[in-house]
Write a protein that binds this ligand. Sequence first.
Ligand SMILES: [Zn+2]
Length: 172
Amino acid sequence: MLETTAIDVAQGDSILLVSPQGKTLLVDAGGLPYWMHSDFDIGEDVVSPYLWSRGIHRLDAVAVTHAHSDHMGGMAAVLANFHPRELWLGAESRSPELQKLLEDANHLDVVVIHRKAGDSIELGGSTVRILAPTFNLATNTLRKNDDSLVMKISFGQTSALLEGDAERGRKK
Ligand SMILES: [Zn+2]
């Protein structure tokens, strides 16, 4: 079985994948907008308790689809609590929040991997194919949502498409 569970983080997303062989990948970790200056931390107060309730104490990998707070705001707490072996990112981003997360990853010995279209990763009996970003998107894109890491995870005849916030193409 390939499990795909959407954790209720309200705005944004956080999706737990558990592969047929039990490998875990958490895609995004929800988060509140930074301007709210709230002490409530979706990563600490929602995502982590859910993972603990499942008996998960270590993640194999986490992915941040793009550098918007409703996708990555909760990830700092997840890194600290679940010491993933790998952090997957899509396009390069200079956002200060992402740079801070990369520092955290560095301190925790989490291996940071930039994924791009064409990559294919074996994840414990399932396959993750990276559909975006394309290699030259990082320098050309105007809209952060279209930086999103887009992944298709497959097991047997079944697959799930995880798009971050990538938007429909516009007519030129
Ligand atoms: Zn977004």
